[in-house]
Design a protein around this ligand. Structure first.
Ligand SMILES: [Zn+2]
Length: 499
């Protein structure tokens, strides 16, 4: 069957095959599927002879790390050969967050058991498989990498293939898998979470079919969902793909696995790095991603502690730490990660803290970032969780875009602060006050009422905004987060859509 690509994409593809670069980096080379299953694929062509590598992700919809990594990897410039990426193979399964792809009727299909597809396709899932297979057959990649995730660590159980590299039964594929294992395992600190080698992709999988039918050197990369933040798993996929592409000489030295953003990707949008890792807790990360995701002029990306230590903030305008444990976040970052964040803000980056992220920004803790001249008023912090009243100051109304009056806001043991009187830091400005309080667990009464709920300051050339309560988890106040991003990155709030 023929690929349903439009004339300009077909022309572009022909040019690509002829070795010419004609596409803007963010423009799809073509599309697979139709209607709700329609999904783009992308091509990077160096114009120089070299291997052709095809990366596929999102065949299973409940495995988000592969698609996240593929979306980043497809922007890596290449210097040799060509790189094709299908970042979200089954958009319907990804939207439903299910392993199986919907098949039109009541059936669902495991898309990774139908290759090579039979002659007469049935529902949308088989149709998609046929088009994906047609792309592989037309392109004839030298290498095929299929990015997946497992539920548990293969090194700990035979019930899952998580944290493994599954290589086709070909010497070059096996050798590449060994190198990838070394590269990724160099970053794995707990030995029982190490990646292991597995032989031969399962029958019916895209990788197995590509190897058996077309002779492609095929690998399946599997990260582990259990107990590991999405940002870490995404990084492990980037590490693995980076290992292969650099071994093939396809990417320049300046492209490291810490490259999360490319210019074309941000398209002038404000890029916000949202910390996703140890020390985090609750719904903060998904909530801020949702809110920032609603803004056409903003882009939010999850980052791990390793990413931050590796210099991943380059290209970002803001970094955000949400709820959980400030000391836990600090521990995960380590001295080096904390120093990187201080340098980022010092150079003009914006820091936004929510609850734990605000503890992390405060002065007075040995583990703190010391970004703002505020300290906690009591060592007893377990004040409890409650809805409290907050009131914006005139500066807060301008920054966060809401009017007078008291607002209900979720509070969950966020910092109660006063001036730290650190001579090296400018005084903070209060954007909102707590007007009521909660004081459970024998925490001191009276210190929360009329203390700062939202406070902001400067650190070097950058701005720092701290929320003690949780507007991102309070209905009606979510926009405070994107307004804080706009204000902290010094964009006029008028550039945001009306509330
Ligand atoms: Zn899978």
């Amino acid at each position: 069957m023929s690929l349903p690509i439009n004339a300009s994409a077909r022309w572009a593809l022909l040019c690509l095959l002829a070795g010419q670069t004609v596409l803007a980096a963010d423009e799809p080379a073509g599309w697979l599927g139709a209607g709700p299953t329609r999904t783009p694929y992308y091509a990077q062509e160096s114009g120089r002879p070299g291997p052709k590598v095809l990366i596929v992700a999102g065949i299973h919809g409940d495995e988000p790390a592969g698609p996240a990594a593929a979306e980043q990897i497809r922007h890596w410039p290449i210097q040799k050969g060509s790189l094709l990426v299908v970042p979200r193979a089954s958009v319907a399964a990804l939207a439903a967050k299910t392993r199986l792809s919907p098949d039109g009727g009541t059936n669902r299909v495991n898309l990774n058991r139908v290759f090579p597809p039979r002659e007469s396709p049935g529902g949308p899932a088989q149709e998609l498989a046929a088009e994906l297979w047609s792309l592989v057959k037309t392109q004839r990649p030298d290498w095929l990498l299929d990015l997946h995730e497992g539920g548990d660590f293969r090194g700990q159980t035979t019930n899952s293939v998580g944290s493994s590299v599954i290589a086709a039964d070909m010497p070059e594929a096996v050798a590449a898998a060994r190198k990838i294992l070394d590269a990724v395992n160099a970053t794995v600190t707990e030995s029982n979470r190490a990646f292991v080698f597995l032989s031969r992709p399962v029958k019916g999988s895209l990788a197995r079919a590509a190897a058996d039918e077309l002779g492609a050197r095929a690998l399946i990369l599997e990260t582990t969902i259990k107990s590991q933040a999405l940002a870490l798993r995404t990084r492990q996929h980037r590490l693995a793909v980076h290992c292969l592409l650099s071994d093939l000489g396809m990417i320049p030295d300046e492209v490291t696995p810490n490259r999360l953003l490319a210019g074309a990707q941000t398209e002038g949008r404000i890029a916000v790095a949202v910390y996703d890792g140890p020390g985090n807790g609750g719904a903060g990360v998904p909530k801020v991603l949702e809110e920032i995701g609603r803004q056409p002029d903003m882009l939010a990306v999850r980052v791990s502690a390793d990413d931050l230590r590796g210099g991943a903030l380059e290209g970002f305008q803001a970094v955000m730490f949400t709820g959980g444990s400030g000391s836990g976040q600090a521990k995960a970052l380590g001295l080096e990660g904390r120093q990187r964040i201080r340098e980022f803000v010092d150079r003009g980056g914006c820091y936004i803290g929510i609850c734990a992220g605000s503890y992390l920004a405060c002065s007075g803790f040995s583990w703190g970032l010391g970004l703002i001249d505020a300290r906690t008023l009591s060592p007893l912090w377990q004040r409890g969780k409650a809805t409290v009243k907050v009131e914006l100051t005139p500066a807060g109304r301008r920054a966060l875009g809401m009017g007078e009056g008291w607002f209900d806001c979720l509070y969950a043991q966020g910092p109660i602060v006063g001036p730290a009187e650190n001579e090296n830091l400018p005084d903070y400005e209060v954007l909102a006050w707590f007007r009521t309080e909660v004081a459970a667990n024998n925490t001191p009464k009276g210190i929360m009422v009329n203390s700062p709920a939202v406070f902001a300051g400067h650190f070097g050339r950058g701005r720092v905004i701290c929320f003690s309560p949780h507007p991102e988890q309070t209905k009606g106040l979510e926009s405070w987060i994107s307004r804080a991003v706009a204000w902290g990155t010094q964009r006029p709030p008028e550039s945001l859509p009306a509330q």
